[in-house]
Write a protein that binds this ligand. Structure first.
Ligand SMILES: O=P(O)(O)O[C@H]1O[C@H](CO)[C@@H](O)[C@H]1O
Ligand SMILES: O=c1cc[nH]c(=O)[nH]1
Length: 235
């Protein structure tokens, strides 16, 4: 048991899917996992373990933002031995080539957060995905004909009142999408020795104003979820 996860030793699989939204975690467990049990209800940030096509997989909500992600990622890796941590998140895009419901694999994540400045001080650390995971998911997505691209994302500390001018600058410099957690996941995984990938679905295309509902963010991101689950079978 850790401060934020009440699982018993051995309850959590080595492969963990990480949606921000705990209700997306519940949806994934109920829709895709056999014999799933809920190992965490602390703060209603649910976590489940079950079987997907014979492979043991966990799915753990992380809440929103870098601090929350860093708490769950740290406890999963350090206290529960998670080896592969795959975020399955929603995201926004101002890039004209990235459409609503496209899947973006975060090769790396820039950020405006100072969360890790006590570690890196004046250095600008570049949080990166695990290459093996990135390659596996990308190849699978292309083979399945999914609308998938891989590139840089920005992990923003803001959801509202983002710096719009800066978002355009980022898009011009090939930042494909923004979320609130990827940089923290990559940094924690690198620090403690796990392999991480952030798979994002573009739920908000800010240039066109296209968006989806909260319920759809829970239950309609199946392409991304299935890609993560199918990748787990190859690990
Ligand atoms: O849908 P999730 O995985 O929570 O991800 C995105 O959605 C939340 C904001 O609505 C932030 O956590 C952002 O990163
Ligand atoms: O961080 C995020 C996530 C979803 N949609 C956005 O616009 N931003």
């Amino acid at each position: 048991m850790s401060f934020h996860i009440e699982a018993k030793p051995g309850d959590i699989a080595e492969i963990v899917l990480l949606p921000g939204d705990p209700r997306r975690a519940k949806y994934i467990a109920e829709t895709y996992l056999e014999d799933a049990f809920c190992y965490n209800q602390v703060r209603n940030i649910w976590g489940y373990t079950g079987m997907y096509k014979g492979k043991r997989i966990s799915v753990q909500g992380t809440g929103m933002g870098m601090p929350s992600m860093s708490i769950y990622a740290t406890e999963l890796v350090n206290e529960y031995g998670a080896k592969y941590v795959m975020r399955v998140g929603s995201s926004g895009s101002l890039h004209p080539d990235v459409k609503k419901m496209d899947i973006v694999l975060a090769m790396g994540a820039c950020t405006n957060s100072n969360l890790f400045s006590h570690i890196f001080r004046q250095y600008s650390y570049a949080p990166l995905a695990d290459f093996e995971l990135l390659k596996t998911v990308y190849e699978l997505g292309v083979k399945q004909g999914k609308p998938i691209s891989a590139g840089l994302v920005c992990t923003d500390d803001h959801f509202y009142d983002s710096d719009e001018e800066m978002q355009h600058v980022l898009a011009k410099h090939q930042v494909l999408a923004c979320d609130n957690e990827t940089a923290a996941l990559y940094m924690v995984a690198a620090r403690y020795g796990a392999k991480a990938l952030s798979i994002l679905t573009v739920t908000d295309q800010m240039l066109t104003g296209e968006t989806i509902t909260p319920e759809e963010r829970e239950t309609k991101l199946n392409d991304m979820i299935e890609l993560a689950l199918e990748t787990a079978l190859l690990l």
